[in-house]
Design a protein around this ligand. Structure first.
Ligand code: AMP
Length: 423
């Protein structure tokens, strides 16, 4: 008789499991991000994972690599074209319009943490499901906000212990000054057509700004000679950019001007910025963002400007040193049926008092139970045997000092909350 081998189903390429030890680090980063954003007046907003495909076609832009190559698009059973969100901004803008949030006091400051999906070639720091921390501000035109969000990102990274990031800044102009710059850029790109890759040749007509996103060496080299957008800004954009840089100086934040920083997405106006780290390898951007003053209006909503950034959590986490986790939990070691029942009640009472408590139900010897407690890393072990049940008492062992004493059951919380003994 032949034995059919069961087929193993593995995770999809470009996705990964976040296992419990690592998840602790994620929780710390998420909690600190939220704490800091709330300090700056941001509030959480959550939107669905999938949206109408046209939301991203219109928002992210039809000439962006995301829309051309990277979207997870599918037709649902009702025949609608849906897309797993590849980025967050268009979803927030839609949510504001749908829920008339713009009727509230402005500026509106929102944050969000969650998964994004892009069908890109997986490599170190690039996944098909990845996670972003995202912040957006609506209704604030003043360039002081552009600098404030850079300062907030800088503060968050420093609080997380991330070192050695460089801040790149640029302005991509607006719908008034960009057309004349684009025609200059087109002319220049046309002269370099021979050295440009196939993709970039197509971009000359479609949107030559997108040539700056290309990673092909000959395209990058050619783009160094292209005209700089910052030399073609209209007075309003030039003034906005100068003021933005002035506020960064006020904060004492150092930055580098990067005139090729156009950030792969079609909607940006005026300010763009990125935090990069040489420790990340080829995918060196930790976070990126900019202003998008036209999106709300183009989505049929009110004429409200916006600015924000998105930070990649996988890349960020790879830059954060592993903190030593000190888990102060209690292990309940019980022997015999009566002790098991007593241990179950003790575990419940402690948990309800906010004490983390582990109890295992399989019958084991004391030696075995102590071994388990040690292996799991318990700080305290409560030992309950038949004798303890009869006396309504417990043995408490401090695993750090090795001291064990018998105590009254009612005193256990007091003992656990005693300050730790210095080693
Ligand atoms: P973007 O939405 O393209 O401006 O990206 C913002 C940030 O998200 C980047 O700086 C990265 O940290 C992160 N990111 C973007 N794409 C990916 C990806 N495919 N895998 C992992 N992180 C990503």
């Amino acid at each position: 008789m032949s034995v059919r081998k069961r087929k193993r189903i593995s995770a999809i390429k470009g996705t990964k499991d976040i296992l419990p030890l690592e998840a602790r680090k994620w929780q710390r980063v998420e909690a600190l991000s939220k704490e800091i954003f709330e300090l700056y007046g941001y509030r959480e907003i959550r939107t669905p994972v999938f949206e109408a495909t046209e939301l991203f076609e219109k928002g992210t832009g039809e000439t962006s690599d995301i829309v051309i190559k990277e979207m997870y698009t599918f037709i649902d059973k009702g025949g609608r074209s849906l897309t797993l969100r590849p980025e967050y901004t268009p979803s927030v803008v839609r949510a504001i319009i749908d829920n008339s949030l713009h009727l509230q006091a402005q500026p509106m400051r929102y944050y969000f943490i969650g998964p994004m999906f892009r069908y890109d070639k997986p490599q170190k720091g690039r996944y098909r499901q990845f996670h972003q921390v995202d912040i957006e501000v609506f209704g604030e035109e003043d360039p002081a906000i552009d600098a404030e969000i850079v300062e907030m990102a800088d503060f968050l990274l420093r609080r997380l212990g991330v070192r050695k990031t460089e801040i790149l800044v640029n302005s991509v102009g607006c719908r008034k000054c960009r057309p004349s710059y684009l025609s200059e850029l087109r002319k220049s790109a046309e002269q370099s057509r021979d050295v440009l890759c196939e993709d970039c040749r197509r971009k000359i007509a479609a949107n030559p700004l997108r040539i700056f996103d290309c990673k092909v060496e000959s395209c990058r080299e050619a783009s160094l000679g292209f005209p700089k957008i910052t030399d073609h800004l209209c007075p309003e954009c030039g003034d906005h950019f100068r003021q933005f840089l002035g506020y960064l100086d006020l904060y004492g934040i150092s930055y580098s001007l990067e005139p090729r920083l156009v950030r792969g997405i079609d909607y940006y106006t005026k300010t763009t910025f990125e935090f990069v780290s040489s420790l990340l390898g080829a995918q060196d951007a930790v976070l990126g963002g900019g202003r998008y003053d036209d999106m709300m209006r183009e989505f049929g909503g009110p004429d409200i400007c916006g600015i924000g950034f998105a930070m990649g959590l996988e890349r960020l986490l790879s830059l954060i040193p592993d903190a030593e986790e000190k888990e102060g939990f209690v292990y309940i070691a019980c022997m015999g049926d009566a002790a098991k029942r007593s241990g179950i009640q003790a575990a419940r009472a402690l948990r309800h008092e906010g004490v983390e408590c582990h109890i295992e139900f399989k019958a084991r010897s004391l030696k075995n139970l102590m071994g388990r407690a040690n292996k799991l890393g318990a700080c305290w072990v409560l030992i309950i045997g038949e004798e303890e049940v009869e006396k309504n008492r417990l043995q408490v062992k401090n695993m750090q000092t090795g001291i064990q004493k018998e105590v009254d059951r009612d005193d256990i919380l007091k003992i656990l909350r005693e300050p730790p003994v210095e080693p």
